[in-house]
Structure formats: structure tokens, C-alpha cells
Design a protein around this ligand. Structure first.
Ligand SMILES: [Zn+2]
Ligand SMILES: [Zn+2]
Length: 465
């Protein structure tokens, strides 16, 4: 965690040589390491000690043993698909163009591993139909009238990346001793853990978000690549190396490391303030795998919607049109139900109060007192159910207008076989008499200016609702 940037700059400026292949290596500020774009070596800036490698693949000419494959190049968008000799492409799966140029395989095509298709074309279509039903905000006409233009089975090139991650958080904790004394601690926690086979698609034409949305794949079915899996399907050769994707890779690994902060247990404290957190990932390594995906192109009112179905698990996701008005009315209906429940509760409660409390107390006008109680309850009503309505509305709006699923949680890719190292270096500082000094803060929401930032306070206020 403690490299110095001035050292780094001077190394980069004098262009250090790669210890492995002697090419020039440069500092990559995203991962904080020196990277050789020639051989893929990754090095510690100060010591040049190797810390993993994301080797660049040799994409030399196709050899004789690859004579059983051909490729099609799209004349309009430039996409290339690889097929076996007996599978021909009649349209481009990416832009729909029918002008495809067929030729012998020119460049090498050698993935390490493959997960064969398990979901049939019919199953993929059925999964899509079931999935689209689960999105209430989608216009009915889309569900019933949109035409499934094309469905293509694709082996998508993925880099499966392993990395060592570490997270540090520091802050302040308070332990309440009695009503006016507390112990103050400086909190410092470190967690080192390993992530395994996090997938990144190496194809520019395929949306990373769409691929994340149909994760995870079941890696227990990864087998060494073999040409016999290819017939009947298309395959894409990678056009983005893992080195080209270091930015994306480091963003995802860092967000995993940050998510781990949420799992820090600090329950021994009555309150915790997080001051700083940091994370880094290193010791990268990669595997090159082809993973099966069905792509559905759906045409609706002149627009194209892309849906992906995981060809192994059947998980479906994609972009759908959203009818904002339907989402609004649906939320309003739910809000109405909450308000109605409250009114019913109000009417019911006013009867026993009038009969059994007010009447014995000498206020015999049951109807009048019921009316008074109802007026009062109606007045405070919005304050009682308002927050519920607001929360429901926000949840519905998000659920129904986002149709692309999120990538799976980090649990999916934590390597439980290697050690997860947690260090706790909390230190007692002093006794204090202000027990309310520190506030509990979700560190992931902490803006600049910390807990005093007005936006933060507002955000917290809204989230608490
Ligand atoms: Zn090198
Ligand atoms: Zn095309």
C-alpha cells in the first residue's frame, strides 16, 4: 500500500526495462504497478519484483491444424465470427447486416478452456419469455407483439482473472462505559483475500454489462477447449486483451474490496466513524475461456433490444423498453393500498376508543367522539404512512425500470480455499465524556467532508426512511 509516487514517476520516466523480456515497462496508475505491455508481466514499482502476469496471447497465423474452421467478416460493422467448416453465417449477429465475407481462418484461435452449451435454443426462448413476464414495467404490447428477430448461439471469449486483494480501513470507535463516559479507539482493520476466476468478456462488440448480468457460470463444467464443441455455434475471437482491460479489471476488484468493508464487524463499539479506506489488487493471473451465450435480438417499434441467455445456466437478462407511466401508476396503486389500510385501521380503532374509553370517562356522544378521533388520526396519517409509501415507491421504481441485472456479489468469486487474512489493530486512545461524538456511518456512502457534509446528511436522512 505504500509505494511512493515520486519514485514511480522517476522509474517510468527513465523507462525501466521488463525483467522478463527487456521491453519498456510503464506505470499503470489504476493498479499502481509497472506493466509490460509486451509480455504481460506486472511488477512492483520500487523493487521490480514480479507481482503476477496477464500474458498477451500470441495471435499468429492459423496453423494447418486449424483448417477445419472458417471465419466470416461483417462488411458493415467489421465483426468477425469463427465457425467450424459446416456452419455458415448468413447475417451479422451484432448489426444484422447480411453482407458477410467468408474466408479461411487467418489468425490463430486457441482458447484454453470452454464450457459447452447446455441450454437449447428452445429453452433459451422459453427462459426469455418467462423472464420478460417478471418485469411489470415493460409495455404489454412488447411482451405480446415484439418479434424475436434472431437468436444466435455464441461462444464468447472471456478472461478469467485471479487476483490477490487487500482492503484497509481506519476510523474511530466509541465504547460507552456509562451515561457520560466512553472509551475512544483508533480502528485499523486489514483484510487480505483472493478472488478467483472473475470473468471479463474480451469482445468489444459485446456489452460488458450484459455479460455481467448473466453471470455466474458454473466453472465446474470448464473443460479443455476442443473443436468438437464448435459445430452449430458461432465463436468470437477475443479482440481486447486482459492487459487492455486493466482499468475495468481494477475497478471491479476494488469494488469487491470495498464491499468487504461492509462485512467488517465492529459490534464491540457503540458507534463507529470511518475516516479512510483503501484497497488494492495484485498478483493477477488469467485463463482464456469460451463461455456459451444465446443472443436474442428483439424488434419493437423499430428499435432493437438485446437479450442474453446464459447458455449453461439459462440465466436471462437484457435491455427492455420501460413504460414509465405504467411504473408510476403501479406504484401509486401500491401507495393507495397502504393509505387505505391506514384508513381502515383508523375507522376500526375509533370504535373501541369511543365506547370503552371516552364513554366511561363521561363523554357519551359516541358518534361525535368517533368523528373527532378520525379527524385527528387522518391529520397525522400522512406522517405515519408517508415514509412507507415513499420507500415502496422508490423500490418499485428501481425494480421495474432496471431490467439489466447486477453482477453477482463478491461471494461468488472469493477463493475460499486460500486464506482470508483479517487483522485487527484497534488501539485505545483515551477516555472521553462525549459519548455522542462518533456516529455510525456506512463507509461506502461517505463523501468528501465526512459526516458533516450536508449532502451526506440528506442522503442518510433519505436512506433511513
Ligand atoms: Zn515483458
Ligand atoms: Zn455487423
Amino acid at each position: 500500500m505504500s509505494w511512493k509516487y515520486d519514485t514511480v514517476d522517476s522509474i517510468a520516466a527513465s523507462s525501466a526495462k521488463c525483467p522478463n523480456c527487456s521491453a519498456n515497462i510503464f506505470f499503470n496508475e489504476k493498479i499502481g504497478k509497472l506493466v509490460c505491455s509486451f509480455c504481460g508481466g506486472i511488477y512492483e514499482p520500487q523493487t521490480l519484483a514480479p507481482t503476477g502476469s496477464i500474458a498477451n496471447r500470441d495471435t499468429g497465423e492459423a496453423g494447418d491444424e486449424e483448417n477445419n474452421k472458417q471465419e466470416f467478416i461483417c462488411d458493415s460493422c467489421g465483426a468477425t465470427v469463427v465457425t467450424d467448416d459446416n456452419t455458415s453465417a448468413t447475417f451479422c449477429a451484432f448489426c444484422g447486416s447480411a453482407t458477410l465475407i467468408q474466408r479461411r481462418l487467418r489468425r490463430e484461435f486457441r482458447p484454453d478452456l470452454i464450457i459447452p452449451f447446455k441450454i437449447s435454443k428452445e429453452d433459451a426462448i422459453n427462459n426469455y419469455r418467462e423472464w420478460v413476464k417478471t418485469h411489470r414495467g415493460v409495455p404489454k404490447a412488447f411482451r405480446e407483439e415484439a418479434t424475436l428477430e434472431k437468436i444466435t448461439g455464441f461462444y464468447v471469449p472471456f478472461w478469467l482473472i485471479d487476483a490477490e486483494c487487500s482492503t484497509v480501513i481506519t476510523g474511530e470507535g466509541m465504547k460507552r462505559i456509562n451515561s457520560d463516559t466512553a472509551e475512544r479507539y483508533n480502528i485499523k482493520r486489514t483484510v487480505d483475500f483472493k478472488m478467483k476466476r472473475v470473468p471479463f468478456d474480451g469482445c468489444k462488440k459485446i456489452s460488458n454489462l450484459l455479460m455481467e448480468a448473466i453471470e455466474p457460470f458454473d466453472y465446474s463444467e470448464l473443460v479443455p477447449y476442443n473443436d468438437m464443441f464448435l459445430p452449430g455455434f458461432y465463436a468470437q475471437r477475443y479482440d481486447t486483451s486482459a492487459l487492455d482491460m486493466l482499468d475495468l479489471i481494477s475497478i471491479r476488484f476494488n469494488s469487491y474490496a470495498m464491499n468487504l468493508v461492509k462485512k467488517f464487524s465492529a459490534s464491540e463499539y457503540s458507534s463507529v466513524t470511518v475516516r479512510a479506506r483503501g484497497s488494492h489488487a495484485g498478483d493477477f493471473s488469467q485463463l482464456y475461456a469460451l463461455l456459451p451465450v444465446w443472443f436474442l435480438n428483439i424488434n419493437y417499434k423499430g428499435l432493437n433490444y438485446s437479450i442474453a441467455v446464459n447458455g449453461q445456466t439459462g440465466e436471462t437478462s437484457g435491455n427492455l423498453p420501460v413504460n414509465k407511466r405504467a411504473v408510476f401508476w403501479h406504484s401509486l396503486l401500491k401507495a393507495g393500498k397502504i393509505a387505505l389500510t391506514y384508513i381502515l385501521f383508523m375507522l376500526l380503532i375509533s370504535v373501541p376508543i369511543s365506547y370503552f374509553i371516552f364513554k366511561p370517562l363521561g363523554w357519551p356522544y359516541v358518534t361525535a367522539s368517533m368523528l373527532v378521533i378520525n379527524v385527528i388520526l387522518a391529520g397525522i396519517g400522512p406522517f405515519v404512512y408517508g415514509p412507507f409509501v415513499a420507500a415502496r415507491y422508490h423500490r418499485n421504481k428501481n425494480e421495474e425500470s432496471v431490467t439489466l441485472d447486477q453482477a453477482p456479489d463478491m461471494e461468488e468469486y472469493i477463493d475460499y480455499q486460500s486464506k482470508i487474512n483479517m487483522e485487527n489493530n484497534d488501539m485505545f486512545v483515551k477516555y472521553t465524556n462525549k459519548t455522542t461524538e462518533a456516529e455510525e456511518i456506512d463507509p461506502l456512502l461517505m463523501p468528501k467532508g465526512g459526516a458533516r457534509n450536508p449532502m451526506y446528511l440528506l442522503f442518510k436522512f433519505i436512506l433511513r426512511r
